[in-house]
Every structure is written in structure tokens, then in C-alpha cells.
Design a protein around this ligand. Sequence first.
Ligand code: DGJ
Length: 731
Amino acid sequence: MKPIRLGLLGLFILIVTSAGMAQSVRFDPARKLWFLSTRSTSYVLGINEENGVQHVYWGKRVAADGDFAPAHLASAYGFETREGLTAEEYPAWGGMRYAEPCLKVTFPEGNRDLVLNYDSQKISADTLEITLKDIRYGVFVTLSYRVFPRFDVIEKTVGIENRTKQPLLLESAQSGVWHLPQGQRYRLSYLHGFWAGETRLAQEPIDPGKKILESRRGNTSGQASPWFAIDALGAADEEHGNVWFGALGWSGNWKLVIEDTPYDQVRVVGGFNDFDFSYPLKPGERLTTPAFYGGYTDLGFGEASRLMHRFEREAILPARSADHLRPILYNSWEATYFNVNEPAQKALADKAAGIGVELFVMDDGWFGQRNDDRAGLGDWYVNPQKFPNGLTPLIHYIKSKGMKFGLWVEPEMVNPKSDLYRKHPDWVINFPGRPRTEGRNQLVLNLAREDVKAYVFASLVKLLSENNIDFLKWDMNRHFSEPGWPEVAPADQRKLWVNYVLNLYDILDRLRARYPNLEIESCSGGGGRVDLGILKRVEQAWTSDNTEAFDRLTIQDGFTHAYAPKVMMDWVTDVPNLNGRSTPLKYRFLIAMMGSVGIGANLNRWSEQDFALASKMVAYYKAIRATVQEGDLYRLASPREGELTASQYVSRDGQQSVLLAFLRSQQFLRPAPTIYLRGLDENSNYRLISIDDKLMEKGDVLSGAYLMNHGLNFNLTGDFDSTSVTLERVK
Ligand code: DGJ
């Protein structure tokens, strides 16, 4: 359908329907209201009496559009103006406005006041574009909405365009603000962490003032994740309650401001981090903000996650990922570290193939003078001492074993001890005359520079065209420091934060276009780069360098609040792990099965029994992985709450369900708590297939009603016990 343009004076009756779909974007000119509708939610905004665009409603679907009154400015109160108290859809900093703004601008003559009003709109299928304009200057801001009806998710992006005759400076450019119903008490859920302890869920009441979640580190970071969930009255649980949730698609400096204004308006502003941000726009230039996704459900945190998971799988991940299950991966890192060579990798490949591995990944150490982490980054040629005949013989060998071949790279970095740095010391981000602080003995290449971007792209193209590589593990092992870009004018230097990420995305997009079968894992010293921006360009993400199974339960629990199990890479590694803890191999395998399974153990140290159990576990995972990776996740018992952790997955067609259960420690011979299953059909029967003898229920076939209401009991005892049951729906 052709897009329709409407000026304010020329508003006609407008009902736009995408072919065959329920109407998801509608404008009512009489009331000047837009209705964005998903399967179960409504998002309403309108033009008020001062020609401002304001938020009206976001929550459970209200099919009776006619019930909504036109947008109306709030009443002035005390020291506040009407617009300052109104839930404006995209407030710039100007006039008497004191809440967190979405846009802050400085003009060359010193003016810093910007007031945005409605200018025009465009509706097309599931998208709406509302253009705002400053009351005086030619600053045009286009708010783009894309509605994803099936996932109850709406995407917001914003294009800021300088149509004046002079340059202007953006000091804050946000992707938008999500408003919650005013006057209620709320609780915030968010993900925080650090290296080896990423994506841990925290919850706290939202009190007056601001809470800031952010990254200033150049990448998404493992310290915080650009995701939030907010539930009314802190009353939601996994199954019930109103939950509003959102996530940013940006892999650089980001910021979420969760604000409770003095007038009980909870709002979440998100976009580029405005710390050290300064983005000049010349006349005619435009900056587009990251995508900011938001959704709502009245079915608790469990449904909020399931909506995100489906949305990521079907609308975010690269298209080819949709029908491809993640292969079982072996990674050599914890077995050989930097000591890689052809015979050692072949020996590991033999063993990996023997237990059913499908993708063999050689990690760090294969290139340049890379014998430890002090040298080699930047020199992407095969190390001739370690691989005198190149990688081809190893790749052939791996493929002859029926596996795909993957390779580790860290293209954004350089060690000072490298040919690249000796040749181009100016290619790293730096402030002249200041220290170049090294992290893991490396410096960050300035990807914002076109020559650096070209070098990185060309190195990868050479590598991929000379070698038959199916998969890249794309690592990034330090955060930014001294973020200077001396080659450009001082006023442009801070564009580095944004342009670096845009160029990274561009490299990934062009590589994917050139090698359509290439798959990529995003890794950043563990789970430091997981967000909806990078997930558009990679098939999977490394969750954490902490592969210790019990710690992983908490990391994975938090991860699944925001991100799909399919992208969550979980390795089985050796014990005792770094923290000294030892858990049984079966427990480690079943915990890895909560997402996409990898094996990172030193197979040279495994016993015959270990191989036998591993083969059984890999075969079991292959039988359930479509359900785990593509199905719906129900977190039945959380590691945050007790000794028992249980997760259940239900396949898309409802024919298979999988339960994974773990006991931390039994005390006083107390039986493990009953596990109540979810997401089944009460009236169907299910055949239970247990991987061991821990299930106490005797019937082989039980009804959905029994499984969900009576529940299942397991004889889980001692420390780090585990089990799994598959349920097959009986015809
Ligand atoms: C950090 C990653 O998280 C590890 O898995 C491994 O690839 C190392 N880098 C290699 O240097």
C-alpha cells in the first residue's frame, strides 16, 4: 500500500490496513489519535491542543478505540508548566521541562532551546512515522514506530535531521521514552554483572528520582544489559501480573533512565549514552538513533520473556537463523589455550566427532605471533610454525569427520607487539601525548576510521576466501579508554562512540552478504556484547567466561529474562572449575542444555565413562533441542529463590515438552519440592520419558491437568543432583 502523507490541515479519514492482517496502525483525525495495536496490547498517542505529540496509553488491548478522549495537556501546578507535566512522546530540552529529555541541541549562536511540535505523518502497513519540528528552526525529528502484532512488541527509532543552514550539535539523542500508567507504584527488574558474573537479575522498587543503567565502555558490556522490565506494585510473578518490558538494540555506549517524576509518572528514556556524547550535524545531515523495543503483558515475567524470545527468533536474528537449529559445538579454548597446532586440534576433533559434535571451533592462538595474549592481534595470517601447511589440512580433516569448522577472531583489536601496530600506531583510539592504557595487553583499533574499517574488512575477506570457514567466534576483549580520534576536527572526535559501532555493524552486514552461509557468535570477554543490535547480525552469543555449572544457573536465569535460549551458548567444561567447585558431568550437561550446547572441556583428559555419558547426553540434546531452542520457556523454579531450579520448554506445536531440574543441596533428608509443569494442554495426555530413575510418579502417561496441578516429584538428593524428563503428547 502506498504511504499516505498528511499535513495537519489536511487530515482525512484514514484507516490503513496491511493486506490480510488486522489493522495495527490507525489514525483518527477527528480526535487526532493514533492507535498502534498488537495482538494483546494497545499503544495510543495523540496531538494535543498546543500541537504537541503526547502519550495517551500503553497496556492491555483496548479494542474500543472510541473510548479514548483526545490528548490533552496536563494542568499547570506550582512551579511546573502544562507541557512540563504532560507525558510528551519525544520531549526535547526547551521551555520549562525538567524530566529527562529525549533530545538536547546546541546551535552555533549559542541557543540551546528546542521545542518540538507535530509537523506531518506517514502510515504504511505496520509502521507509523510522525515528524516533529522545532517551533523556529529547521530541526526535523521523525519518530518511527514499527508494530510487531504477534509479539506484542513495538519498535521506536528516531531520525534527527538538520534542515537549517548551519551546523548544530546534538548533546543527547535518545530513541524515545516509554510511559507507564501514572500514579502507581512499580518495581524495576534489570540485569547487572561483571566479567564471569554477567546478566544477574536484580529487582527493586522504583522510588522518586532516577535510576540509570548504562554502558560507558564502548561496547554493550557485561556490567549491565540494555533491558528492563517493570511490574505494577511489584506484584507480578512468572505467571501473573502486568509487566512492561523493553530493550535497546545498540552495541556501544547506551543508557536507560528509569525515572519516577515528582508527579508519579514512571518513564523510561533510552538511547545513545549522553555521557561524553557530542554529535555535530551539518546542514542536511541526519542521525538515526538505536532501536528501542517495548512490550507489555498481563501474564507475568514468564510471558514477557517468551514474547521477547519469539520476537528475537523471528524478527531480530538473521533470517537464516529461523530454520536452523544451533549445532552442538566443541571449542578448544579450555583444552589448549594458545597452544594450538594441527595434530593437537585433530586429536580433539576425533574425540569431539565421536560424541556427536557438529561444529568444531578452534579458538585463540592460530594467527600472527600469538603464543600468549601479549602479541599477534591485528595480524590475521596463519601462524606458519603452528600450521606449516595453513589451515586447509585441519579444515579438511574436520569436515571429513562430518563437522563444520569455526575459527576465533578478534578483529577490532591490536597488540602493540604486532606487525599491524608497528606499521600503523595511529590506528588505535588515543589522545596524542596521553598514555595508551592497555587492557589484556591490547589496544582498540579505531573502527570509526574508514581506513581501519577497510583493513578489518579486507583481512576477514582474505581469511574467509582462503579457508573454508563456516563460523566465526567474534571476540572483543577490552573496553575503551582514552577515546580520542586525533585525525578529525576536535568537534567531530566524539562521533567515535557512535561511528565505531555503525562501522562494526557495516562490516558484519557486508561479510554476511558476501558469505551468506557464514554464522557468527558474538563474544566480548564473556557476555559483554549481547543486545538486540548485535543479535541482528549473529546467530548466537557467548554468555560468560564463567562456565562453572552452578554459577551458570544464575547467569542463565537472568539471561533468559531478556534473551532467547537459542542464542545462549552454554559449554560443558572440566572440574574443578576456576572457582574450585566440582559438579557431576551429567549436571553440567543438563545445565548446558538450558540453551545451545557447547563442549569446552579438555577431551584429552576424559575417561571412557565420561565419553559414554557425553555421547548419551549429546544424543538426548539432539532429541530435545528443537523444543529448547525454538519452544516456549517456563522458568518453574529460580536459582534466586531456593535449592531447586527447574526450567520447562514446550515445543511450538505443543507435541513435546522438556523438563530440566537441578537440586543445589539437600538437607535433613527433605524431599525436593514438587514441580508443577506449565504450558500443557489440560485435556491431553503426555508420555513421560525420563533420562534416569529419579521420577517418583509411576504412570507412564499422565494428563496435562495432572502434570500442571498435581505436579511431579523427583528423588533428587545430595549436592548438585539433576534430572530431565521429556513429555510427548499422546495422539
Ligand atoms: C575471551 C573469550 O570469552 C574466551 O572464550 C576465549 O575465546 C578467549 N577470549 C580467547 O582469548
